[in-house]
Design a protein around this ligand. Structure first.
Ligand code: 13P
Ligand code: SF4
Length: 369
């Protein structure tokens, strides 16, 4: 019926019509192959930034270690970094564990392979140490979604409510807040406050998670979000349930609530790592940043671990490489400087958080080389 219709539309006979159909099929097939080729090139390019290239770079690796030793420097690396940058680190972990390391180190220099707010946190906790961020472009878009004026305006809408700021915020925003938190301790920190109403900035995913866990409180949540975690959709989780029915689905609370509501387990970076480590399960789909997924895949090879496509990759976390890490340490750039008036108030918010978190055992991170 359709063929008759297209034939009459094109005003051609049956033989010519068959040729048109054959040609259309070839065009469609070529388009499909081009699309598959494009997708495979794109995934190869994306995977390149997370492939462990330590073995190709052993000489540079050794030079970094020697230089760090001669300068009494410590390398702190967030677990979302490229695997080779994780391999060269003295400590690998999440932002809470690395804050503790920054506070406790007796090194003269801290090289921080993470995003800007993490290096700032290290500087606040070790104000007399030189803190270096190898690539200054490495910022956090979520932290940039709120500045002091935005926070003051939000506070004015909810007068009297204490402000809990996620560690993913600038030193200026921390200085304007009452207490800091990370995704590991957010529920515990909000719970500890002697107030029924609380302001939570800037992450609306984590804020919603805290609200879900503490229904007795009223949380006023700012409208910031993590672009990397929010690229994961609820439809993708539903798809995973169909194509991976036996997998345990794990989500970071920075994801859209529609995503974490569908997960089997919701946890921070360290909680996700520990969950996979301790679970008797064999198959996991991790809805979080690709560096964490790559590290878990590398550390637990006997387990089947995957994530979703397109890869939830934070480009800001991948600016640091072994090359710029070496140069940063050698030439001592880019040094983190925090304006003097912010130092004490911003540090106080982190100190209060650490005091509460110290009551619990803090994750020590994965094994380092
Ligand atoms: P953690 O506090 O879990 O290290 O996470 C920081 C972060 O930026 C997550 O996207
Ligand atoms: Fe910021 Fe998200 Fe990247 Fe974490 S993953 S540093 S929250 S943009």
């Amino acid at each position: 019926m359709l063929f008759v219709f297209t034939r009459s539309l094109l005003r051609i006979n049956e033989g010519e019509h068959n040729k048109v159909i054959g040609l259309s099929r070839r065009v469609l097939r070529d388009l499909w192959s081009s699309l598959l080729l494009y997708l495979s090139i794109m995934s190869t390019l994306m995977a390149r930034s997370v492939i462990d290239r330590t073995a190709d770079k052993l000489e540079l690796f050794a030079k970094i270690k020697d230089l760090a030793k001669s300068k009494n420097a410590v390398i702190l690396t967030h677990i979302y970094q490229r695997l080779e940058v994780q391999r060269v680190a003295d400590y690998v972990g999440d932002s809470l564990m690395l804050s503790k390391q920054a506070q406790e180190t007796d090194a003269d220099i801290i090289v921080f392979c993470g995003v800007h707010f993490m290096a700032e946190t290290a500087k606040l906790l070790s104000p007399n140490k030189k803190v270096l961020l190898p690539d200054i472009q490495s910022g956090c878009p979520m932290a940039d979604m709120i500045n002091v004026d935005d926070l003051r305006a939000f506070k004015a809408e909810h007068p009297g409510a204490p402000v809990v700021c996620y560690v993913n915020s600038s030193a200026a925003v921390k200085a304007e807040s009452d207490i800091c938190c990370t995704s590991t301790n957010a529920v515990e920190i909000v719970k500890s406050l002697d107030s029924q109403e609380v302001i939570f900035v800037p992450d609306k995913g984590l804020g919603a998670w805290v609200q879900y866990k503490l229904p007795e409180k009223k949380i006023h949540i700012y409208d910031g979000f993590c672009p990397t975690h929010w690229q994961i959709t609820a439809a993708e989780v539903d798809k995973q349930r169909i194509i991976n029915p036996e997998a345990i689905i794990i989500a970071h609370p920075e994801c859209d609530p529609e995503v974490w509501r569908r997960a089997d387990f919701v946890g921070s970076t360290s909680e996700i790592y520990k969950f996979v480590e301790q679970s008797a399960g064999r198959k996991f789909v991790i809805l979080s940043e690709q560096g964490l997924v790559a590290r878990i895949q590398a550390d637990f090879r006997e387990k089947d671990i995957s994530t979703v496509f397109p890869l939830p990759l934070c480009p800001n976390m991948k600016y640091h490489s072994l090359e710029n890490l070496y140069n940063a340490l050698d030439q001592e750039f880019t040094e983190i400087i925090i304006p003097e008036p912010l130092l004490a108030p911003a540090k106080a918010t982190i100190d209060k958080m650490i005091e509460i978190s110290n009551k619990k055992k803090i994750w020590t991170g994965p094994q380092v080389a």
